[in-house]
Design a protein around this ligand. Structure first.
Ligand code: C2E
Ligand code: MG
Ligand code: MG
Length: 609
């Protein structure tokens, strides 16, 4: 019989097939339900897991976070949406300086590149910046089909409060401390010092800075040890170490290389020529008396210096050279210092001599003011004088400001000197007025340090009151680079000076980078075009067009414009054509002592130049 010829059997087969299909479907549904339940269970476990979980996409270059569980949100303060797409380094500071942490982060990066698991306990930071210790374990997750890593799963926990961890940390820190510090003084030992110097060098290289390395060796320490015994020697070392530490900046590192040898790393050295200030203080504190077994001892030390990058670019070379310099200091008779390079030493010695002399110049009346006239081009009359300082040096003759003003500025001597200049110029101007000459404006140059004094406006006010000079007869000259260096802060000082009634000018204009919007807000009266533009007149178009631009800028701001350094008739004529208001320069007159000014005044203000 063929198919279809036995309907009863066909029906039976169809029924069996349906039942089979139904049972298969039921089985599949059951399996799916089971799978779903399993997934839900897993999801539930992950979501309610007490540890923070993070899943990272391994296929994208920056390893972005794809998932974090609520425990992660709770632990770090970052919400799910804040964390997604970020790099896992989200929990670390970009500018981390902790050496250990940086080392761990590097190891983690390498492990991830190689696709292997890694774990670490790392100093980390929550969203609010709070530091915590994060115990983390990261595992790669592979695609079962091709064994390729698709993700990394990380399990993290905050172990900051964990007692076991704390004990371990303490123990590690103790061990590390012992391995890196000198037992007697608690200072960094050679190992740590070299490590810190290497770090400082890396930073100085990035920031193009200098580092000073000093080797300090006590002179004749052996006699203390031999004469008073080792425990007295130890006590002395402890005292001297503390004195050195207290004299240094917090950013400097002091270490002990054993025996009586100390090492200083002074990073961020702005001006090498200022180092002797610090060195002198170090020499002085070592020398303070020490009482041992009822005896008063006066120790001294010898200091050798090397400078990064001039004298070496790695810790070994810098230390070796500083050591060599220290031995030279001993040869020089001890209780002194030497730089590794003699050229540096000569420069410093010269500067110190000037500074030393300058300290006495004020009290010995060696400073004096010269005055240079300013000519109004339209009125053809002298409208003012600029006071310029000179130093009548007992041995070197008349010294110009560029030989000593910057040294006065660095050493702080500019404060009393600047005040002397202000007072002397005011007294002189008042004396000319009292002698019957028409009132005239005298200008005084201000140095940055002087202008930045908190009570500067008060000082000017007092001097005006004491000398009885009207404020409108005093002009203060500030360089463009000074006021632009901190325009927002200085505007208030300038306003206060303006309120006092004194006149203000911007000196050496054109050499700094004035912002036009700032210039508009500065309450100044003059722009003084820098000498370099005037002297370049006739050497091409550049100087001429800059001068013209400054003049029209000044006039548009209602300021008067003065050109400095006019030396020739041609320059004078050109400036007149450009509509410059005033000029100053050797063509009209060199700066001169007060008695010469008097003869000029006696001759009347008008000049035919
Ligand atoms: P400055 O304020 O720009 O002063 C103008 C300088 O140019 C003066 O030099 C002046 O002698 C010089 N000079 C004037 N006309 C001519 C010229 O035609 N040709 C040439 N080649 N030079 C000319 P000086 O007196 O040597 O002063 C130099 C700088 O020292 C001054 O520049 C000023 O910044 C500073 N200075 C002078 N006296 C003082 C002071 O009492 N206190 C402070 N803080 N700085 C001062
Ligand atoms: Mg000036
Ligand atoms: Mg100038």
């Amino acid at each position: 019989m063929k198919d279809g010829e036995n309907p009863e059997r066909d029906l039976q087969r169809e029924k069996e097939a349906r039942m089979l299909a139904e049972s298969l479907l039921e089985k599949k549904t059951h399996e799916l339900n089971h799978l779903n339940e399993k997934l839900q269970l897993r999801n539930g476990v992950i979501e309610s897991f007490l540890n923070a979980i993070v899943i990272i996409n391994y296929n994208l270059s920056d390893y972005p976070i794809e998932y974090v569980n609520p425990a992660f949100e709770k632990m770090t303060g970052y919400t799910f949406s804040e964390a997604i797409g970020k790099n896992p380094l989200l929990l670390h500071k970009k500018d981390e300086t902790d050496y250990e942490t940086l080392k761990h982060i590097d190891t983690m990066k390498i492990a991830m590149k190689r696709g292997i698991p890694f774990d670490a306990v790392l100093k980390s930071y929550k969203k609010d910046g709070k530091e915590f210790w994060c115990d983390l374990h990261f595992y790669p997750v592979k695609d079962p089909d091709n064994e390729k890593i698709t993700h990394y799963v990380g399990i993290l926990s905050d172990v900051t409060e964990n007692k076991f961890f704390q004990a371990q940390l303490e123990c590690e820190q103790k061990l590390k401390y012992q391995a890196t510090h000198d037992v007697l003084t608690g200072l960094a030992n050679r190992t740590l010092l070299i490590e810190l110097l290497a770090n400082a060098i890396a930073q100085a290289k990035r920031e193009h800075q200098h580092i000073a390395v000093m080797v300090i060796d006590l002179d004749g320490f052996k006699f203390v040890n031999d004469g008073f015994g080792h425990s007295s020697g130890d006590k002395l070392l402890e005292i001297e170490a503390k004195r050195l530490r207290d004299t240094l900046r917090t950013s400097d590192t002091l270490g002990r290389f054993g025996g009586d040898e100390f090492v200083v790393i002074a990073p961020h050295v702005k001006d090498i020529l200022l180092l002797p200030e610090l060195i002198k203080r170090l020499l002085a504190v070592i020398e303070e008396p020490i009482f041992i077994e009822n005896q008063e001892l006066h120790m001294t030390c010898s200091i050798g210096l090397s400078i990064y990058p001039n004298d070496g670019i790695d810790p070994e070379m810098l230390l070796k050279n500083a050591d060599a310099a220290m031995y030279r200091a001993k040869e020089q008779g001890k209780n002194t210092y030497q730089f590794f390079t003699s050229e540096m030493h000569t420069k410093i010695a010269k500067r110190l001599t000037v500074e030393h002399g300058l300290r006495h110049a004020l009290e010995r009346n060696e400073l004096t003011l010269y005055y240079q006239p300013k000519l109004d081009l339209k009125a053809k009359s002298i409208v003012g004088f600029e006071a310029l300082i000179r130093w009548e040096h007992p041995e070197r003759g008349l010294l110009m400001p560029d030989e000593f003003i910057s040294i006065a500025e660095d050493s702080g001597l500019i404060i009393p000197i600047g005040e002397w200049v202000l007072r002397t110029a005011c007294i002189q101007n008042k004396a000319w007025q009292d002698a019957g000459y028409p009132p005239i404006v005298v200008s005084v140059n201000l140095s940055p340090r002087q202008f930045k004094q908190k009570n500067f406006v008060g000082i000017v006010k007092t001097i005006l009151e004491e000398t009885n000079l009207k404020p409108e007869h005093l002009e203060l000259e500030l360089t463009e680079s000074l006021i632009m260096s901190n325009a927002e802060e200085f505007i208030n000082v300038l306003r206060a000076l303006k309120d006092l009634g004194v006149l203000l000018s911007i000196d050496d204009f054109g050499t700094g980078y004035s912002s036009l919007s700032c210039l508009r807000r500065f309450p100044v009266n003059w722009l003084k075009i820098d000498r370099s533009f005037v002297s370049a007149l006739g050497e091409g178009e550049d100087a001429a067009s800059i001068i013209k631009a400054i003049i029209s800028l000044g006039h548009s701001l209602n300021l008067r414009v003065l050109a400095e350094g006019v030396e020739t008739q041609d320059q004078l004529n050109t400036l007149g054509e450009y509509n410059c208001d005033e000029i100053q320069g050797f063509y009209l007159s060199r700066p001169m002592p007060p008695d010469k000014v008097l003869s000029l005044l006696q001759g009347g203000f008008l000049t035919d130049k």
